[in-house]
Design a protein around this ligand. Structure first.
Ligand SMILES: [Zn+2]
Ligand SMILES: [Zn+2]
Length: 367
């Protein structure tokens, strides 16, 4: 079977936009409308009309157009039109004048506004920042969202008045003819006019302009669990945007960043801090108070502690968001040498001055 050039049929470029395709189709469909055919050209016009319908059923549908661009028209077994639309039905409606508004046909062909099938709404991403203290204890945050919500006036249906679909007699299903290499087959599928709903809107909801959804500000409180790690995303099901045509809402993702702390450094669930210590505290030992993420804790410094020694305080780190054991707090002591001394301090230190480790070090090397 020779491949058909649908672009040529519609007289558009390969990179034509949907709008251009729609325009070209409209022009041709009006030109070759069977009602306009001169008596001696009825058959010709009908053939042409079928061709442009077939072309637009593919090029007007993003998915089918992609398939066509890649594999050609022969990739549509049994003809491209059977899935969405029975064109012989459209033809008969054109003839009978059932389509009052030509644009309605396009909307159906192009999946345009008004009768779209429902789909799940978009997910939303919200970024928020908390302090390390909040990460340690867990917190709640009130998010200010601006998102598509179901229209309360029409309960998301886009209209307030409905009537039973006359195309499918309210069943939502329709038999259509499928062309295959083996002949014509009848197939039952969802009614394309009411998208399987069995009823058609008779008006357009004023509150949402028929969209079934309205953009609204909403405050939402989310709980951020203790121990949350920077960059983690929390999923709040159903708090994304409402879907088209009353489709289910997407999810909300809250991405949590944790601010840097002036004193604590977090490594996984452990906290690291450096504490200044005097020479005498280090030499004689001491019991000191050190900051923790939730307050203070006592730490015993043994006599003879060297500078840069790290003490581990078990369980004083962050809790695990995964329910494992809490982290530890690692306290590094740094011995500070005073830059100014009082006379009394100087006198006391001079008494210690006889003991010079640098001299005994030299002696060790040179004997
Ligand atoms: Zn509404
Ligand atoms: Zn129907």
């Amino acid at each position: 079977m020779a491949d058909k050039d649908y672009y040529k049929t519609l007289g558009v470029q390969k990179n034509a936009t949907k709008e251009e395709i729609k325009k070209a189709f409209k022009k041709l469909a009006l030109k070759y409308h069977p009602d306009r055919a001169p008596d001696d050209k009825k058959k010709e016009y009908e053939e042409e009309f079928k061709k442009i319908n077939e072309a637009v059923s593919v090029l007007g549908d993003d998915k089918k157009r992609q398939q066509y661009d890649q594999y050609g028209s022969s990739s549509f077994q049994g003809g491209p039109g059977f899935e969405g639309f029975d064109f012989s039905d459209i033809m008969s409606q054109f003839r009978s004048g059932a389509f009052g508004n030509f644009d309605d046909v396009f909307d159906q062909l192009f999946g345009g506004s008004g009768r779209r099938s429902s789909s799940r709404g978009s997910d939303l991403l919200y970024e928020t920042e908390i302090t390390l203290e909040e990460a340690a204890q867990g917190t709640t945050q009130t998010l200010s969202l601006n998102k598509l919500e179901r229209c309360p006036e029409c309960s998301g249906r886009g209209a307030t008045q409905f009537e039973s679909c006359h195309h499918c007699h309210g069943s939502g299903y329709m038999k259509r003819t499928q062309r295959t290499p083996f002949g014509l087959f009848q197939q039952t599928g969802p009614c394309p006019y009411c998208r399987g709903r069995g009823e058609l809107p008779q008006d357009s909801c004023a509150a949402c302009a028929g969209e079934g959804a309205q953009r609204k500000k909403k405050k939402l409180e989310v709980t951020i669990p203790a121990g949350i790690e920077a960059g983690m995303r929390l999923r709040v099901p159903g708090e994304g945007e409402i879907g088209e045509q009353n489709g289910p809402a997407g999810d909300l993702y809250v991405q949590v960043q944790v601010k840097l702390h002036p004193y604590f450094e977090r490594r996984e669930n452990d906290l690291h801090i450096t504490i200044p210590l005097s020479f005498t505290q280090a030499a004689l030992g001491d019991e000191i108070e050190v900051p923790t993420i939730n307050g203070k804790a006592k730490l015993t410094i043994p006599a003879g502690t060297a500078s840069e020694t790290v003490f581990r305080m078990r369980g004083k780190g962050l809790p695990s968001v995964h329910g494992h054991a809490s982290g530890d707090e690692m306290v590094k002591v740094r011995i500070e040498v005073p830059s100014k001394l009082s006379r009394k301090q100087k006198d006391l230190l001079l008494q210690l001055h006889e003991d010079k480790p640098s001299q005994s070090f030299l002696k060790k090397i040179f004997g």
